[in-house]
Design a protein around this ligand. Structure first.
Ligand code: FNR
Length: 338
């Protein structure tokens, strides 16, 4: 597993984010300087219900839900070698089956051990695994031994520093390639300070790369990433909210205007036939308080990619792409008003 560690050293990484981390956002982050991008958390049984399909019209590989035909995971050549799939799981065998299904199409596989949401905790997933280290280790060991890709996990900390360090060491001993640590406990929220000192201690105690997470509150621009790296003493930094709001935070030449970023995002959503509901959700999260603006209000009324494109002067772009896709007889186009 040591051979995989370099992949996680000195990197700026897009964090896993449910509904945000779909293909267009991952590509937007990569275009703007992110080194690696995590998918949103995908639950093991959902992925196991899917089948792999190459989509020549889009140039993508899709994992499609057998029951309703929705695309659960879409990836493409442009992110090959840089996309990490995050799995939500509480079961070594199911995690292994998912990893087998997907290993050839991703650069790495991460296990979510930090999600504090009720859905995860009740299912024994996410942060629930932190209080079941034996189960967590069984999952990691099974994947490390049987999968031809680096395996990592993303955790939260405990208030007890020694307990946190001990857990990190136990996970390291499973052969994982790196560990991402959000410097808050499962009961803490974004308004609580991130425990950067503890991240530093973890980084010193482990020999695998430690990826610092939880710093978005202080990360406005590219230079702030370096400050977080320094404050946490970690080799790599993972950003969620600051990248969700404007992915050009990864850009060393400086941040780009939000309007430009939304337009770029929308182009990618059109290119890859992203679902209108997911596209709208991501743009809403970029607009934030600007949803109250004239444009924002108009945007809230949109239902299709075509309507969204109009607002950002992309009608022609949308039309051309749509014509091309329908010429290819694209299966599963989704830009229809339900
Ligand atoms: C998250 N987070 C998260 N974490 C994870 O491991 N898997 C996931 O699917 C998600 N989903 C998710 C969605 C959204 C909208 C947000 C804002 C966050 C947590 C995230 O990866 C990160 O740990 C925290 O947001 C702290 O990092 P930042 O925001 O300070 O950079």
């Amino acid at each position: 597993m040591t051979k995989y560690q370099d992949m996680y050293k000195g990197k700026n990484i897009l964090a896993p984010m449910v509904r945000i981390g779909t293909l267009p956002m991952r590509l937007l982050a990569l275009e703007n300087g992110a080194d690696l991008v995590y998918t949103e958390e995908l639950i093991d049984w959902k992925l196991l219900r899917s089948f792999r399909r190459e989509n020549p019209a889009l140039g993508t590989i899709d994992f499609v839900d057998r029951s309703d035909g929705t695309v659960i995971f879409r990836t493409c050549e442009r992110e090959r070698g840089r996309v990490i799939l995050q799995i939500g799981t509480c079961d070594p065998e199911r995690a292994f089956q998912v990893a087998r299904l997907i290993e050839n199409d991703v650069a790495g596989i991460d296990i979510n051990m930090g999600c504090p949401k009720e859905f995860s905790l009740k299912g024994g997933m996410g942060a629930a695994l932190l209080s079941k280290p034996e189960k967590a280790k069984d999952i990691l060991i099974k994947l490390v031994n049987g999968i031809r890709r680096p395996i990592t996990c993303k955790i939260r900390v405990f208030t007890d520093e020694d307990k946190t360090l001990e857990l990190c060491k136990e996970f390291e001993s499973c052969g994982i390639a790196a560990i991402a640590v959000h410097g808050r406990t499962k009961d803490e929220r974004q308004q609580h300070p991130n425990r950067n000192d503890l991240l530093k201690k973890i980084s010193r105690a482990l020999s695998i790369p430690v990826i610092a997470n939880g710093g978005s509150r202080e990360i406005e621009k590219f230079e702030d990433i370096a400050k977080f790296r320094k404050a946490s003493g970690c080799t790599s930094v993972m950003l969620a909210r600051s990248a969700e709001w404007n992915a050009s935070v990864f850009r060393k030449e400086g941040k780009l205007p939000l309007d430009y970023m939304i337009r770029s995002y929308l182009k990618l959503a059109i290119d890859y036939d992203n679902s209108p509901s997911n596209t709208k959700y991501c743009i809403q999260n970029m607009l934030r308080e600007l949803q109250e603006s004239e444009l924002g209000k108009k945007f809230l009324d949109t239902q299709t990619l075509s309507q969204m494109s109009e607002l950002w002067g992309l009608s022609e772009y949308y039309k051309e792409r749509s014509e091309k896709l329908s010429d290819c007889g694209l299966i599963g186009r989704r830009d229809v008003v339900p």
